[in-house]
Design a protein around this ligand. Structure first.
Ligand SMILES: Nc1ncnc2c1ncn2[C@@H]1O[C@H](COP(=O)(O)OP(=O)(O)OP(=O)(O)O)[C@@H](O)[C@H]1O
Ligand SMILES: [Mg+2]
Length: 458
């Protein structure tokens, strides 16, 4: 393989610049990032290769000091492609000296806009379809209510707090709000606030200047600045320290930030979405969260319902994930055996959709036939005791309370139930679905009405 082929296959953009900063050579990744062919950019200069701190705010690379001081320059900036769209890139420039040649420089551009926590969502995609909204799957009433809330939220510029148990799709909701909003051609930046220490989170959010703390060996722009014009999604907001809480309050009030180690104030314009699976009210009561910040973050609140509250969405989600993993793995799994489906419908999914997704992924590894069976599913789903341990016994009272359907359920008479069973060919899963109750609750009803021989009712 020639050196040129290797450079062309590199996952980073590489450019060789002349002394006058004319492009002498570029590889394939540069073509992808800039959206111009190699011939189009050859011998061109800064008219085609421009970097930005934020929209329309040019970032000038100091080539002179790079060459004169033999210094490497690195920064996270934006680059604009031929269609005028911005991508977030990590850029790095080093001088290149060769005997008998004028000084040149090598420029590397690494596109980081596709990294999961640092995404530039340019287009509206998906929107509403028969089974869901954006990438959210679900037709349960609680989900259609959620879609309405997302639409309302996307029309305003208010800060929004998304609450809900782990794995219920809070991040998908945040993406949908951004994707539907006027800001959707600007960056959507995610920060997981629980995964970094206070110092690192502070510099991640606000950026820092070189030397402001040990390890700060270069200037760095923070995520608030990266989100300029767009949306910042602060996940696990309940985990931020008092210092970060105070700084965040200032950002909201003053709409300015300053990088760590720098007093200059930088104006910022971004929409703040936050999420938590903690009870912030309890945290406030115990002194762990500022009440004034809480009210500023939750101008509008959206709650993602747990999966156990929307049992009749489970088959839909199962189909969705089976399709997804068939595509990803190249397998051809058609569905579940009746027994496996019964288990899935009866399990209470404390880890919600993430747990369902992971269980199906697990089953894809184990399953050797076209249908996922009980023993292909993770053990915890097979052990009913665990279900009871985590969720408590699912008695009808509790089921009613959880699903908020007491009125509807109590109106179902014995005759109506018999009728619905018949309509569904005595298939208990389908009957439970059409009643909007779990299979456990259906069994209890069948027992209560004394319809013991369900396949033989008159
Ligand atoms: N309604 C849904 N339809 C399809 N997939 C979903 C839905 N809700 C969640 N998921 C999937 O479940 C997984 C978990 O979702 P997400 O990360 O948004 O949850 P979360 O509420 O942010 O969880 P955590 O609090 O643990 O961070 C993701 O892979 C997501 O794609
Ligand atoms: Mg999350």
């Amino acid at each position: 393989m020639t050196l040129e082929k290797i450079i062309d296959a590199a996952p980073s953009g590489i450019i060789l610049l002349s002394e006058e900063q004319k492009i002498l050579y570029s590889n394939n990744e540069i073509t992808r990032i800039l959206g111009y062919g190699k011939d189009q950019i050859k011998n061109r200069t800064s008219d085609i290769l421009k970097f930005y701190q934020k929209e329309n705010d040019l970032y000038e690379i100091d080539f002179k000091s790079c060459i004169d001081d033999e210094k490497r320059i690195q920064n996270t900036v934006y680059v604009k492609n031929g269609e005028g769209k911005y991508s977030l890139v990590f850029v790095s420039i080093a001088p290149l000296f060769e005997e008998g040649q004028p000084a040149r420089s090598i420029l590397m551009i690494h596109d980081i806009s596709t990294m999961s926590d640092c995404e530039v969502i340019f287009k509206r995609s998906g929107e509403e379809n028969a089974n869901g909204f954006y990438n959210l799957v679900g037709r349960h009433k609680k989900m259609t209510e959620l879609y309405e809330m997302i639409k309302l939220a996307s029309e305003s510029n208010a800060n929004i707090l998304i609450t809900g148990e782990s794995g219920t799709g809070k991040e998908l909701v945040a993406r949908a709000i951004h994707g539907l909003s006027e800001r959707n051609n600007k960056p959507f930046i995610t920060v997981n606030c629980s995964s970094l220490s206070e110092t690192l989170l502070e510099s991640e959010l606000f950026g820092h200047v070189k030397g402001s703390f040990t390890g700060a060996y270069k200037d760095k722009i923070g995520r608030f600045e990266m989100a300029e014009g767009g949306t910042i999604f602060l996940d696990e907001i309940g985990d931020i320290s008092p210092l970060i809480q105070l700084k965040l309050l200032r950002v909201i009030q003053e709409k300015t930030i300053s990088r760590v180690g720098d007093n200059r104030e930088i104006k910022v314009d971004m929409r703040i979405l936050t999420a938590t699976n903690k009870n912030l009210r309890e945290l406030i009561a115990s002194g762990g969260f500022r009440e004034d910040l809480y009210y500023r973050l939750k101008v509008f609140t959206i709650h993602t319902p747990p999966l156990r509250d929307r049992g009749n969405d489970i088959p839909l989600l199962c189909d969705h994930f089976i399709r997804k993993f068939n595509e990803e793995t190249g397998k051809k799994i058609n569905g579940f055996t009746d027994d496996a489906m019964r288990l899935i419908m009866d399990y209470c999914w404390p880890g919600n959709i993430r747990e369902l997704e992971n269980s199906i992924e697990h089953a894809f590894v184990v399953c050797k036939t076209g249908y996922i069976d009980i023993f292909d599913l993770p053990q915890e789903i097979r052990v009913v005791k665990i279900k009871e341990g985590i969720c408590g016994p699912a008695d009808e009272e509790q089921e009613d309370r959880v699903q908020g359907k007491k009125g509807v359920r109590n109106r179902v008479t014995r005759d109506e139930l018999v009728e619905i069973l018949k309509e569904n060919n005595y298939n208990k899963t389908l009957t439970a679905e059409s009643l909007g109750i779990s299979r456990v609750a259906l069994w209890k009803k069948i027992k209560k009405f004394g319809i013991d021989d369900v396949n033989n009712v008159k």
